[in-house]
Design a protein around this ligand. Sequence first.
Ligand SMILES: [Zn+2]
Ligand SMILES: [Zn+2]
Length: 136
Amino acid sequence: MALDERNECKPDRAQPVRDERSECKPDRAQPSRNATTPTKIKKLGPGELQILWADGHETRHLAPLLRGLCPCASCQDEMTGKRVVLPIHIPDTIEFKKIELVGQYAVHFEFSDTHHTGIYSFEYLRHLCRCPECAK
Ligand SMILES: [Zn+2]
Ligand SMILES: [Zn+2]
């Protein structure tokens, strides 16, 4: 009798590919997708970033704040969400060294203290907006 070895070794059934980006996004009601879609990201100075959003809002971020609120695993505990690094730990002389887009959903910053592991989603950047309107 002949064993068909091909049948013995069954490849794993095709598993649906997980889209991690959509997994991470809680399904909370968003006011508008435009609020998390930047139309322009511009460095205004060594430590200042301007983001214009599709809903017409403008956000200005300072490098020390973003550095202090870095979402990477070494700046905050992934399990508890407890922050290890806080803005008060960051000297206000921190500047942006490099700013680059990550796909269609986030921005990657390299800071002048060489820290470069943080990926800031557009949602997070909008969430961190400290303009008078958002601070209300
Ligand atoms: Zn970090
Ligand atoms: Zn704002």
